[in-house]
Design a protein around this ligand. Structure first.
Ligand code: AMP
Ligand code: MN
Ligand code: MN
Ligand code: MN
Length: 282
């Protein structure tokens, strides 16, 4: 690999208004391009509807584009996110699987609003709904934006710490897809499965090992090493995991909004050395 390939600006994880981002797919494309991104993937949560617009916008800008999705999974009683890259958006099994896991969100939103109501925060369902372009994709992020806008919390981070984070009083756990389902939908659609932001999960070392081994057995190939959802000290930690388990390394900002994300589109440091970048597959 030559010098130029090593220094390519890649961002393979971000969100648009189709899930819990705030910009349209074309606006995300324009921001990525303006920030120097050369190879870009849009990875909305549990939905493929932004990919056409993203692909058209990327092509017009002369920016490399990879299709993507971030699938919500429940594994060992916790939520894990699995990114699928280079998937066929027309694949019926993937589309049906995503439609099936989206069905739980409206009910869960009402239950979260009930819990917030009993803690003195009223009408949060009605308040969060306008933040979601697609009501079937209503997420904790939309509730968090409403709570911050209403002055109940100073930041999104505070909302998750006080109310909506896993195990917090207004959180309502959901049974998302199984790991087996998510990986098989991605592979069935011709794509590559990647464990998103492993540093965010609260597993024991044994559980982490079981997750990585099972993911490999199922045909998963990648892990995010550099992501806006990791603190910088975690880059080296998950570089070690990638080397030990033989995973390809991925890199993505997890950009949602100009006001919220720790790392902007295209503002990612290079991968630690000694890793094989997943974009060698594309
Ligand atoms: P949901 O899919 O409804 O469970 O919402 C999960 C989304 O909430 C993630 O995709 C993040 O965008 C956001 N999120 C989760 N934890 C946090 C946190 N601690 N701070 C800010 N946003 C978070
Ligand atoms: Mn999100
Ligand atoms: Mn995620
Ligand atoms: Mn994400």
């Amino acid at each position: 690999m030559n010098e130029q390939e090593l220094s390519i600006n890649v961002d393979l994880h971000c969100h648009s208004i189709m899930s819990d981002g705030v910009l349209s797919p074309a606006e995300v494309a324009a921001r990525a391009h303006a920030n120097g991104v050369q190879l870009w993937a849009l990875t909305d949560h549990d939905i493929l509807s932004g990919l056409d617009e993203a692909s058209t916008a990327a092509r017009a800008l002369g920016m490399g584009f990879v299709t993507g999705v971030e699938i919500s999974v429940t594994w060992a009683n916790q939520t894990v996110h699995i990114v699928g890259l280079d998937i066929d958006p027309q694949d019926a099994q993937l589309q049906d699987g995503l439609a099936y896991i989206r069905t739980g969100r409206l009910v869960r939103a009402r239950l979260m609003a009930d819990k917030l109501g009993s803690m003195g925060i009223s009408d949060s369902y009605e308040g969060a709904l306008p933040y979601a372009a697609n009501p079937n994709l209503i997420s904790r992020t939309h509730f968090a934006r409403f709570l911050v806008a209403q002055g109940h919390c100073k930041s999104m981070k505070e909302v998750f710490q006080k109310y909506l984070g896993d195990g917090k009083p207004a959180n309502v756990p959901v049974q998302w897809a199984t790991l087996d389902q998510a990986v098989s939908w991605i592979i069935g659609a011709g794509g590559h499965a990647v464990i998103a932001h492993p540093g965010r999960y609260d597993y024991t070392p044994m559980e982490f090992d079981a997750l990585f081994e099972r993911f490999k057995e199922l045909g998963g190939v990648g892990i995010e090493v550099v992501t806006g959802s990791h603190a910088p000290h975690q880059y080296a930690e998950y570089a070690g995991v990638a080397r030990r388990y033989g995973f390809l390394a991925s890199s993505g900002s997890d950009f949602h909004s100009p006001d919220e994300s720790r790392l902007d589109l295209g503002a990612l440091p290079a991968l630690p050395s000694g890793l094989t970048p997943i974009w060698e597959l594309f």
